[in-house]
Design a protein around this ligand. Structure first.
Ligand SMILES: Nc1ncnc2c1ncn2[C@@H]1O[C@H](COP(=O)(O)OP(=O)(O)OP(=O)(O)O)[C@@H](O)[C@H]1O
Ligand SMILES: [Mg+2]
Length: 329
């Protein structure tokens, strides 16, 4: 199963939504891959397709209105898009877990932490309620919840935001998945708790050999914990490589813009560099390269032809007709 060391290969995903206002062209030709025990950051502004990518991989995309029109999601070499719903029920939780963007929607308000966790654990493993409860406590200990037996008896609304997030991570990890997809797991949290959750994810990678897809719109988070990064813009992956390549040598003008927009610690917010323009509406996306109306390096071809994601240098992928100089700028 360890073919080329990749646990996940997403190939040419095309996902649209059929809405009353028109067809939302949410993902167009999205490809990236993830090695075992690697943490991949998926970054992009709001509406760029990060959550839709996560929902497509886990097959939790609402269909309709969602439509998966093309592509493959190879998990350990098998295409998840070809699995039956029953097969997916086994895969979700046991092999792939997801932490959702909204913790309150993922936890059921009418059940205690214990009820929810033992339910999930006993769905995947034929063990007694008592054994499932012990396993739940171990998962809560793993995410450093103080006094897990007490927290087991609580309802989600009785917990703080940071605590709920830990419970959600414990729930996601309770069946020892191989791949964790974390959709903005720290956005709603204050910086101290945010740092703790990131440290926890790193620790889980060390302890469990977990592979992680970390979705965020924060390059600071990516730089802290990720090994590689996929930059999304308006439904496309525009750049994909190791964290080193992307930070030291960005090839796509959008990536460069995002990097320049990272607030420097020693400057005030007014001196921030923000990419001019707005993210396009995906019912009528710009022709050619979807970034061209905001791009300072635009050529004639950019309005006409969407650029393909190509490997420009070793392991460094970019979708751009006029990429940056690769260090020679
Ligand atoms: N159920 C849906 N019906 C119609 N359009 C949808 C649906 N879900 C997502 N979309 C559209 O798909 C596009 C991508 O949305 P997505 O939620 O993946 O963005 P995101 O990158 O996760 O943004 P954010 O940072 O705000 O979470 C958006 O244009 C969004 O409006
Ligand atoms: Mg999202």
């Amino acid at each position: 199963m360890k073919k080329n060391g990749k646990i996940l290969e997403v190939q040419n995903l095309k996902v649209y939504f059929d809405t009353e206002e028109g067809i939302v062209k949410a993902l167009e030709d999205v490809s990236f891959s993830l090695k075992r025990s690697e943490i991949l950051g998926v970054i992009g502004e709001t509406g760029s397709g990060k959550s839709v990518t996560a929902y497509t991989i886990t097959r939790l995309l609402p269909q309709p209105p969602g439509m998966i029109l093309e592509g493959k999601v190879l998990f350990e070499g098998e295409d998840l898009l070809k699995k039956s719903e029953n097969e997916m029920l086994d895969i979700r939780g046991e092999k792939i877990s997801m932490i959702f963007q909204e913790p309150m929607t993922a936890l059921n308000p009418v059940f205690t932490v214990e009820e929810q966790m033992t339910d999930v654990i006993s769905y995947h493993e034929k063990i007694s309620k008592k054994q499932a409860a012990e396993k739940a406590i171990r998962a809560l200990e793993l995410v450093k919840i103080p006094d897990p037996s007490l927290v087991m008896k609580k309802y989600p609304h009785e917990l703080s935001g940071g605590m709920r997030q830990r419970v959600m991570i414990a729930l996601a990890l309770s069946c020892e998945p191989e791949l964790l997809i974390a959709d903005e797991p720290t956005t709603a949290l204050d910086v101290t708790i945010q740092a703790q959750i990131l440290a926890l994810i790193l620790e889980m990678r060390e302890k469990l050999g977990l592979s992680v897809i970390m979705i965020t719109h924060n390059f600071g988070i990516v730089s802290e914990i990720c090994d590689s990064v996929a930059v999304m813009y308006a439904g496309n992956i525009v750049e994909f490589s190791s964290i080193y390549n992307v930070f030291e040598n960005p090839l796509h003008p959008y990536t460069e813009g995002l990097l320049k927009a990272i607030p420097p610690l020693d400057k005030d917010v007014e001196s921030l560099n923000v990419i001019p323009g707005v993210v396009p509406n995906l019912i009528h996306p710009p022709s050619g390269c979807r970034f061209h109306p905001r791009c300072s390096r635009k050529l004639d071809i950019c309005e006409k032809k969407p650029p393909k994601l190509v490997e420009l240098t070793d392991g460094h992928f970019v979708a751009c007709h006029n990429p940056l100089g690769g260090g020679k700028r």
